[in-house]
Write a protein that binds this ligand. Structure first.
Ligand SMILES: [Zn+2]
Ligand SMILES: [Zn+2]
Length: 341
């Protein structure tokens, strides 16, 4: 089933507006709260036939989606549509962080980022490199966890001193025990197969004070994906991450000794709750050097992940300008040449 949000004043399609945090009509400017949009202006179109096919209510065109998409725009009339049957039952998100950064701002940030790449090749931004800019709600699991850690270690302190003609070394042994009980709330793990896990990790942190109960209007005008892995399947990933924190925390409490030898290290992390949550991400796909690159931006905080393209020609020019500089500068230039691509 496809949902359109129709403007009660003028009938145009509405979309979620990141600036105002409301459903907004681009034609007449009307804005509505997400929670109390009048139901009679939510238009449904049922999926037809066996091969599930979604049709745009406006223009009748088939809406092209892959099986993981839950919200998209009609490629013919660009109306924002939400595929609600893919958002029900155990596929219903519990929480969402709405977009707060607009498409224009994301695009501007991309351009600035290219220029601040110091050495962006000439003509990079003038050529039509940008293949797409897309606001995507990426599915995550947020875990509430409890970790109990037990550590036994034998630590030593070594002291040496001179007395008369002799040098003495005195070693004291300590039995050290640590028990910790730690709680972690809302640790995020990316649940989409398509998204690069490392890229998604780097977009953190998100500000949870703006975490909202899920509501479909937040998706209007954006792309949204559903999860490919449930919370049980991803538990090992979040556990590995938290076990590391617990271990380094315990280690940090054992200090002041010359040596530490661990006899037992036991960390038991349990899942208490998991919330299916959608996080906002801007993705810019651009062409450079005959291959595609991705620029990603946290759609809430504006944090950027990606590597600006760097031109060898510009490196050479820049290098010449600082050629009278110090060894340190030469070294950093070499690093840029080596590490640029
Ligand atoms: Zn309107
Ligand atoms: Zn359409």
């Amino acid at each position: 089933m496809v949902i359109h949000y129709k403007c009660p004043d003028c009938g145009a399609d509405m979309r979620f507006d990141s600036e105002s945090g409301k459903l907004s009509c681009d034609s007449c400017g009307r804005k509505d709260h997400v929670e109390d949009f009048p139901k009679e202006f939510i238009f449904n179109a049922f999926a037809e036939g066996e091969a599930v096919e979604y049709h745009c209510k406006n223009c009748g065109a088939v809406i092209l989606t892959d099986q993981d998409t839950t919200a998209t725009t009609c490629s013919f009339c660009s109306a924002g549509v939400v595929l609600v049957d893919r958002l029900s039952g155990n596929m219903a998100p519990a929480k969402v962080i709405p977009f707060t950064i607009s498409k224009e701002k994301a695009m501007k940030a991309f351009k600035t980022w290219c220029k601040n790449g110091l050495l962006t090749p000439k003509g990079f931004m003038t050529a039509d490199r940008v293949k797409s800019i897309t606001g995507i709600y990426v599915p995550f699991w947020l875990y509430d966890l409890n970790s109990k850690g037990h550590v036994d270690a034998i630590c030593t302190n070594v002291r040496s001193y001179d007395r008369g003609e002799y040098n003495y070394t005195e070693t004291s042994y300590y039995d050290v025990h640590r028990s910790v009980d730690l709680s972690y709330v809302k640790v995020p793990v990316d649940a989409s197969e398509k998204m690069n896990d490392k890229l998604m990790d780097k977009l953190e942190p998100y500000d949870y004070s703006h975490l909202k109960d899920f509501n479909t209007p937040y998706l209007a005008g954006y792309i949204a994906e559903k999860y490919n892995y449930d919370d049980k399947q991803l538990f090992s990933r979040v556990k590995a991450r938290i076990d590391q924190y617990v271990e380094s925390y315990i280690n940090s409490t054992i200090s002041g000794y010359s040596t530490t030898a661990f006899k037992r290290k036991q960390i038991d992390t349990q899942q208490e709750k998991a919330y299916y949550t959608l996080f906002p991400v801007w993705m810019v796909c651009y062409d450079y050097n005959k291959s595609e690159h991705i620029f990603a931006m946290n759609g809430q905080t504006g944090k950027i992940v990606g590597k600006p393209p760097i031109s060898y020609g510009k490196v050479a020019a820049w290098f010449a300008a600082i050629a009278s500089g110090t060894f340190v500068l030469l070294k950093s230039a070499a690093w840029i040449i080596g590490g640029g691509f």
